[in-house]
Design a protein around this ligand. Structure first.
Ligand code: SAH
Length: 384
């Protein structure tokens, strides 16, 4: 039970500590109220002499009604509101800069309070609207084909900053549009920021928070094997693993985390995961011309994933300046898919969305600093 685990793992004495670290992380004098769980808030409410139920009331304002100020919480006693205002901030994400693609995809460039920029993407497809969420500013994983990797890791996002993306995206929806799916495929490696991801998922999936079904949430990881198990023990979310290669030699080169968790270790870890019945792990595979797209690769992939309940998502490589890779041709991608299908492996091809606004997979990068994208590849490819 995710919520119980979360509640049990935080004693009251940790509240002050949490407040301090939340303030430190976002470099703000006041902690962000969006960083806290209901349990923590109840403790703080009691400490300040108010009745416990006020915490639920505040959560209702924050998450159901999207309140951005304490003044709007008019059913709280005025004195208590004043007290909260002195001690906390709410969010404090400025209105994002929004770029709209001809296909309806919207990219939100969000400036955080310490002037870090992150990106989130609203992706409408038939029957669903997906929000692509960032978990870190930059990324330390150093994948050779990813624009965010070129930034290096700037910092982890606080839970309130992860959740703030959902709140900001809600304000950018078209009339009648609602978010139906959430994917952690924006900037950063979510499992490298597990404590805050955990906090954010707790708010997202709790009845007192955003009340989102965990089945509508996908966490995508480069393959931090030990943390995958922990995630699925805590939340029944959907897991996507960025595989991208069928030999250690190639994966070492394009996803250097492979040196720490080589393919066999990763696949063994996947085999041991508690995957619910009728659910599967998605393996993402970005198709790089002449690097990982041969027929032999496809055959090896079939063999590698045969013991797993798996499906494969073939991704067209989205180029960016000085990427050093070329996308495989559509024909190659379709041939590759056909081999997987003949091997009884479900494989879909992910069509690029929002390319005209550089919002496609792997193109997320704080564009206000474009010079940093063109680091020499050798430098960019080493993990921080
Ligand atoms: N760090 C996580 C989540 C962020 S990346 C992960 O590695 O899964 C989300 C997906 O986009 C990953 O599968 C990643 O490999 C893919 N990706 C990165 N750069 C890309 C690019 N230039 N073109 C296509 N897909 C890319």
């Amino acid at each position: 039970m995710p919520l119980r685990y979360f509640v049990e793992s935080f004693t009251m004495s940790s509240v002050t500590q949490v407040q301090a670290s939340a303030a430190h992380e976002s470099d703000s004098p006041k902690p962000d109220l969006r960083d806290f769980s209901l349990h923590e808030l109840e403790g703080m409410v009691r400490e300040s002499g108010e009745r416990t139920f006020r915490a639920r009331q505040i959560m209702g304002w924050l998450w159901s009604r999207g309140a951005e100020s304490f003044d709007s919480m008019h059913d709280l006693p005025a004195e208590f509101r004043g007290n909260l205002k002195q001690r906390f901030d709410i969010g404090s994400i400025a209105r994002p800069h929004v770029a709209r693609s001809s296909d309806g995809t919207r990219k939100l460039l969000i400036r955080l309070r310490d002037a870090e920029d992150i990106e989130s993407v609203i992706i409408p497809t038939e029957g669903r609207t997906t929000l692509c969420i960032s978990s870190q500013a930059g990324c330390a994983m150093g994948c050779g084909f990813c624009a965010t990797a070129r930034m290096g890791l700037h910092r982890n996002l606080a839970a309130g900053e992860i959740l703030g993306q959902v709140m900001a995206a809600r304000c950018e929806l078209d009339p009648g549009e609602t978010l139906t799916n959430y994917v952690f495929m924006g900037m950063g490696e979510p499992l490298a920021n597990y404590p805050r991801l955990h906090r954010a998922l707790t708010v997202m999936t709790s009845d007192w928070g955003l009340g989102i079904s965990p089945r509508r949430i996908t966490v995508s990881t480069v393959g931090l094997a030990p943390a995958m198990d922990r995630l699925l023990a805590d939340f029944p979310v959907h897991l996507a693993v960025s595989l991208h290669a069928t030999t250690d030699e190639v994966r070492d080169r394009i996803a250097p985390i492979n040196k720490r968790f080589p393919l066999q270790v990763l696949i063994d870890a996947c085999k041991a995961l508690p995957i619910a019945r009728r659910r599967r792990i998605t393996f993402e595979y970005v198709m790089l011309d002449g690097v990982n797209d041969s027929s032999n690769d496809a055959h090896r992939l079939v063999k590698m994933l045969a013991p797993l309940r798996a499906k494969v998502n073939l991704i067209f490589f989205n180029p960016f300046p000085d990427a050093g890779f070329m996308p495989s041709s559509r024909e190659r991608v379709e041939d590759f898919q056909a081999i997987l299908h003949r091997g009884n492996l479900t494989a879909t091809i992910r069509e690029s969305r929002g390319r005209d606004i550089a919002a496609a997979c792997g193109q997320l990068f704080a564009e206000r600093n474009p010079a940093a994208v063109s680091l020499p590849r050798s430098e960019a490819a080493s993990p921080a």
